[in-house]
Design a protein around this ligand. Structure first.
Ligand SMILES: *[C@@H]1O[C@H](CO)[C@@H](O)[C@H](O)[C@H]1NC(C)=O
Ligand SMILES: *[C@@H]1O[C@H](CO)[C@@H](O)[C@H](O)[C@H]1NC(C)=O
Length: 139
């Protein structure tokens, strides 16, 4: 094998290493979901799931925070949704949907910060650094 072939091999090897480390870093990217109870003096109940995981029922005390993280699935289509309810209302909504570009922008492609308040469900928008109301409670 002449030196020329050595260079080609080295180039191909370097390329494949770069490719796989880029791929691996996409798959290893950590995503967080935060659900904060901003209700006045009421417990927030949350039952969150994805296709593969059932996080169980969580009773979040006032000012409390329930959070978890996940790594995107192979197809980058991971979706978590929650059924949430309290004394005066209930709501089911997607808390992280990797296919929903608008939601991913709000979450900075990494962290979705949800907050339950008496007048509805809010999401922290990284684009303008403020919470915005996403859902009304269903009474
Ligand atoms: C919440 O409940 C506690 C204990 O019952 C009470 O002391 C407090 O004043 C309440 N706060 C609000 C904002 O209603
Ligand atoms: C932030 O952006 C959202 C969505 O574009 C908008 O509804 C909200 O009013 C904005 N908040 C502020 C404080 O600009």
């Amino acid at each position: 094998m002449g030196p020329w072939h050595g260079y080609v091999l080295f180039f191909l090897l370097a390329l494949s290493l770069t490719q796989s480390s880029v791929t691996a870093s996409i798959f290893r990217k950590k995503h967080h979901v935060f659900i904060e109870n901003g209700l006045d003096n009421y417990t927030l109940q949350a039952h969150c799931k994805s296709k593969d995981d059932d996080l169980g029922l969580h009773a979040i005390p006032p000012k409390g925070l329930f959070q978890w993280h996940f790594y995107g699935n192979f197809w980058l289509t991971t979706l978590f949704f929650c059924n949430t309810w309290w004394h005066s209302g209930q709501r089911v909504f997607d808390v992280y949907d990797m296919r929903n570009r608008e939601l991913c922008n709000y979450c900075n492609y990494a962290d979705c910060h949800w907050r339950a308040a008496n007048d509805g469900v809010y999401l922290y928008n990284y684009e303008n650094s403020s919470y915005m109301k996403m859902y009304e409670w269903v009474k």
